[in-house]
Design a protein around this ligand. Structure first.
Ligand code: MSP
Length: 513
């Protein structure tokens, strides 16, 4: 029986602002894992999309004198455009305003209500509009929102509640007995810490009088569904829950929900309880990544310290931006972003190490062998070392650790540059009796570069494909059996295309602008 497709999701991004580096990071991570699983021959379903309901969006639309729907229609393409620019190969883009999604939300609510999982009650609380959060008096910090420290309003209203509290014990047991459910460990412990306090039922509606922009609550005209309850359901509505049974069975459970650490509680507490109440299997892993910060503060629209991915890609290339984000931090930790650091990594790792390695190899092949792969002996193929790198990279990728994978690859790049210094092919070339050694040295380097390029297909795909094209090799690799990789790719006489610099020297003036 074929294995279940690998199903990976990003959060749905609010459309009240254009995407920034934080959003780009999540999608680049997911794209890397999606590409890796396709590379391993698996079917993949990679879901992303936009979160379009709720107060935030309504407010942003009104500020521009637009209807929320029109505003969302104008904003959603900014996300699609960025994913296109970044080469994000998602399979489906869901919008919470899609009819299919709204239908699934209604179906779930009707079912939960019919089974007594939802009740109506009067609710008194303190509401923080920017955070869309209700707080109890105890949770307020000096009378303000505990998250953003802004003013809150006291509200009392009739609402619908999901009986989340009854799942508390089950959830704690589930998290403890499924070590891979929440990653990394530190975030899992945070969630378990949160679950030491009594879990309250979740208020899942807003009165229409206060919020009109959202999904209608199916059994009350006066209520709109709370934006988080609506949005989380996308992970199952996108694969046909309650609408296309066969599709749902094919894809669910999700293998990975990738989220930022600020929205882990919704994904590791609300969402599992919702699924449990619906009788749906749990996703395999929820991974919480850290934040990109600038001068110590989270990059965010409200802080006004936005880093525009489009500008960075224009200046440094899509792959350089991708390399930086994947390589700079281990998934789970925060990363300090600075353009200076990006420029430095570009120059040292990409231009000087990888770019230069390619340049030196093709220059020497041109000069000594007319641009062709020379005759060489079988020992020129470094099978054991290539096997070792493959293992390091695949182990790291199966642990959702692209930083370690990139580090292992770039260590080899450094070693290969050192090898050139040691072997001094330009000296070998002067001695006719060393022609064989010269051929072996250059073939060894070329094989390494070819194999490295294959391993970069899911990490820096543009560069990887370019190198493979220049070597005259295929780039639609599917690696099912290791042995297909542990074999020479190049034959004597094959010609290589020199091409322009893989990572051109940075133009100082352009960078400073
Ligand atoms: N709409 C909700 C998610 C619903 S998922 C069913 C939401 N949207 S968001 O647009 O505010 O944030 C989306 C994601 O971007 C979150 O995972 C958040 O952590 C991430 N990031 C926003 N700023 C970030 C950084 N500065 N750095 C890294 N990621 C951050 O929350």
């Amino acid at each position: 029986m074929p294995s279940k497709p690998f199903y990976i999701t990003t959060p749905l991004y609010y459309v009240n602002a254009k995407p920034h580096i934080g959003h780009a990071y999540t999608n680049i991570l997911c794209d890397t894992f999606a590409r890796y699983h396709r590379f391993r021959g698996e079917e993949v379903f990679f879901l992303t999309g936009t979160d379009e309901h709720g107060t935030k969006i309504e407010k942003a639309a009104r500020e521009q004198n637009k209807e929320p729907r029109q505003y969302a229609d104008e904003m959603a393409p900014h996300f699609k455009d960025l994913w296109k620019l970044l080469g994000i190969e998602y399979d489906y883009f869901i919008r919470t305003t899609d009819e299919g999604h709204k239908k699934a939300v209604g179906n779930i609510l009707r079912d939960l209500e019919a089974r007594g999982e939802i009740y109506k009650a009067s609710y008194k609380g303190w509401y923080c509009t920017p955070c869309e959060s209700f707080w109890t008096k105890l949770q307020l910090v000096e009378g303000k929102c505990p998250d953003c420290k802004r003013d809150v309003q006291e509200l009392s209203e009739d609402n619908y509640f999901f009986k989340m509290s009854k799942y508390q014990k089950w959830l704690i047991d589930y998290i403890k007995s499924h070590p891979d459910f929440i990653k990394p460990e530190i975030r899992k412990n945070e969630i378990l810490g949160f679950l030491r306090e009594p879990l309250e039922d979740l208020c899942i509606t807003r009165p229409r009088s206060r919020l009109a922009w959202g999904i209608d609550y199916p059994t009350s005209k006066e209520h709109i569904v709370y934006v988080w309850f609506d949005a989380l359901i996308n992970y199952v509505s996108a694969v046909g829950y309650t609408t296309e049974d066969k599709r749902f069975k094919t894809y669910w459970p999700a293998d990975v929900h990738m989220v930022g650490k600020d929205i882990l509680r919704q994904h590791a507490v609300y969402w599992p309880c919702m699924l449990k109440a619906c009788g749906i299997e749990m996703p395999k892993t929820v991974i919480a990544h850290g934040w990109w910060t600038m001068s110590g503060a989270k990059v965010s629209k409200s802080r006004g310290n936005i880093v525009d991915p489009v500008e960075l890609c224009k200046k440094y290339s899509v792959d350089a931006f991708r390399y930086f984000l994947l390589h700079e931090v281990t998934v789970g930790l925060d990363g300090a972003f600075s353009e200076d650091l990006l420029a430095e990594r570009y120059t040292t790792d990409l231009a000087n190490d990888l770019g230069n390695l390619w340049f030196r190899l093709v220059s020497m092949l041109d000069k000594y062998f007319g641009g062709k792969i020379p005759d060489h002996s079988a020992k020129a193929f470094p099978k054991e070392s290539i096997q070792d790198l493959l293992k390091k990279v695949t182990d790291a990728m199966s642990q959702y650790d692209p930083r370690t994978a990139l580090t292992a690859i770039f260590e080899v790049v450094t070693l290969l540059n050192q090898k050139i210094e040691e072997k001094k092919p330009w000296v070998l070339a002067k001695d006719a009796s060393k022609k064989g050694e010269l051929g072996d040295t250059l073939a060894f380097l070329a094989e390494w570069i070819a194999h490295i390029a294959v391993l970069l297909l899911f990490l820096t795909p543009v560069t990887a494909k370019e190198i493979l094209k220049r070597l005259g090799l295929k780039s639609d690799w599917i690696l099912k059996k290791e042995n297909e990789f542990l074999t020479p790719f190049l034959k004597p006489g094959m010609t290589m295309e020199r091409g322009s610099a893989l990572f051109p020297r940075l133009d100082e003036e352009k960078i400073a602008s």
